[in-house]
Ligand binder design. Structure first.
Ligand code: ATP
Ligand code: MG
Length: 420
């Protein structure tokens, strides 16, 4: 072991377990790639102000969880705690909203950083795949995103997840609700921090995880009762589109995510096998965010799904992904001449698309065959001096033990035929 360990709240992805993470990222991305979303990659850090404004001064993410740093040049940066603000910044900077048709549809995948209290499913470095549809207000877009996340989870075989859905209203109806909620909250027995939150972002108080707070919230005004006609109609259309596609959801009038410029549709994917870290993903509409970071009005909607928690959800449901074998063929040379020849055979197999590995390190036969078995390969290609004189190699089925000679120049075809 080295003197060093992975920092607290982080962990390494190590083979073979790491393969599931790649597969989860691919599975979440696949429906997006089929639906007109283009890949976007932004820096791992941004100007700290982008998140202060784009995530919000009153959120835990900004006040407690952000990794900030001052560069030698004096810039105030933060490791990205989430993706939406960066992606919107990048789209605005590249003028994507001017170049073509709206909405601009983008997807991303990467590492995110939050200084949280580490526990199972909650890390300081974690991984998300996300999608954003920028610059259009259309209930079909909200429904599309929810359906794509649903389909991604289903394609992984997950069943025990639920979709929680709510509407947060808009600039027309939310202020009246906000005022009513503030009146209700101000009369409660709450700590200093929470009192301040009532003034900055009262909806966020509804999201408080503490039992003592939640008890007092019984009877709080519900946003659903305050929605204007347009928001009601919009939300009804999202619900109808989901229902028509057979995507089940639960109306959750208490679901609030984010801030004052988050609007209308808001949703969360929760998995019932994950204990208290049950949210595997979430998202919603953020019609006011572009203006908050200096852009034009661009109504948008998006989500981010947590890769780490999705992998935990797979474990909770006992799902083994059907992953392609890391190695299908393992080459074992007997002697120096065979080593040179088989090295070429290995390269040829790989170029032909067959996952192939080689007994490196000048191992003896016994150790090499052990390595072949441990690799999980189905076939071994074995060759000694006599084989080479005859122009053949031995193709060994590592399950049955059956061994047959095949011509050296026909190895690729023979292997392909065996692997099917
Ligand atoms: P939570 O309520 O659990 O803190 P969140 O609302 O902060 O979640 P989002 O900002 O919506 O989470 O991020 C989207 C997804 O990213 C979450 O649903 C979760 O799967 C994942 N995620 C967020 N924070 C972490 C973390 N610290 N460790 C692992 N995954 C995380
Ligand atoms: Mg959080």
């Amino acid at each position: 072991m080295s003197t060093f360990k992975a920092p607290r709240g982080t962990y390494d992805l190590i083979p073979p377990a790491s393969a599931a993470y790649l597969a989860v990222r691919d599975a979440i991305a696949a429906p997006l790639k089929r639906s007109g979303y283009g890949y976007v990659e932004t820096p791992g850090f941004e100007n700290v102000e982008l998140f202060a404004r784009g995530v919000g001064e009153s959120t835990d993410i900004v006040t407690k969880e952000m990794y900030t740093l001052t560069t030698k040049g004096g810039d105030q940066l933060a490791l990205r705690p989430e993706g939406t603000a960066s992606v919107l910044r990048a789209a605005l900077e590249a003028n994507l909203h001017k170049a073509g048709n709206l909405p601009v549809k983008l997807w991303y995948s990467g590492s995110y950083y939050r200084y949280e209290r580490p526990q199972k499913g909650r890390y300081r470095h974690f991984s998300q795949v996300g999608a954003e549809a920028i610059g259009a207000e259309d209930p079909a877009l909200d429904a599309e995103l929810i359906i794509l996340a649903h389909d991604a989870y289903r394609s992984l075989g997950l069943r025990n997840f639920r979709i929680l859905l709510n509407s947060l209203g808009d600039a027309a109806c939310r202020p009246a609700y906000r005022a009513a909620l503030q009146d209700f909250l101000r009369a409660l027995d709450l700590d200093e921090d929470t009192r301040r939150r009532i003034e900055i972002n009262p909806l966020r108080v509804l999201d408080d995880k503490r039992e003592a707070v939640q008890k007092q919230l019984v009877g709080a005004p519900v946003l659903g009762d305050h929605l204007c006609e347009e928001c009601k109609r919009y939300h009804e259309q999202v619900r109808e589109l989901l229902t028509a596609e057979g995507v089940a959801f639960e109306d959750d009038p208490k679901l609030v995510r984010g801030l004052d410029y988050y609007t209308r549709t808001t949703f969360e994917f929760v998995h019932d096998g994950l204990g208290s870290q049950s949210a595997v993903g979430g998202g919603g509409r953020y019609d006011g965010l572009s203006e908050m970071i200096g852009g034009p009005a661009l109504p948008s909607v998006g989500w981010a799904l947590g890769v780490d928690r999705t992998v935990l959800a797979l474990e909770a449901e006992g799902i083994e992904l059907d992953l392609p074998p890391a190695t299908s063929v393992f080459a074992v040379p007997l002697g120096e001449e065979a080593r040179k020849v088989l090295f070429g055979t290995v390269a040829a197999l790989r170029r032909a698309g067959v996952a192939t590995d080689f007994a490196y390190g000048g191992k003896g036969v016994k150790a090499a065959m052990k390595a072949a078995n441990r690799s999980g390969a189905r076939l071994a290609v074995i060759a000694g001096e006599r084989d080479l004189e005859e122009g053949v190699v031995q193709l060994k089925d590592l399950e049955s033990g059956e061994q047959t000679p095949v011509p050296l120049d026909g190895v690729v075809e023979a292997v392909r035929a065996r692997l099917g």
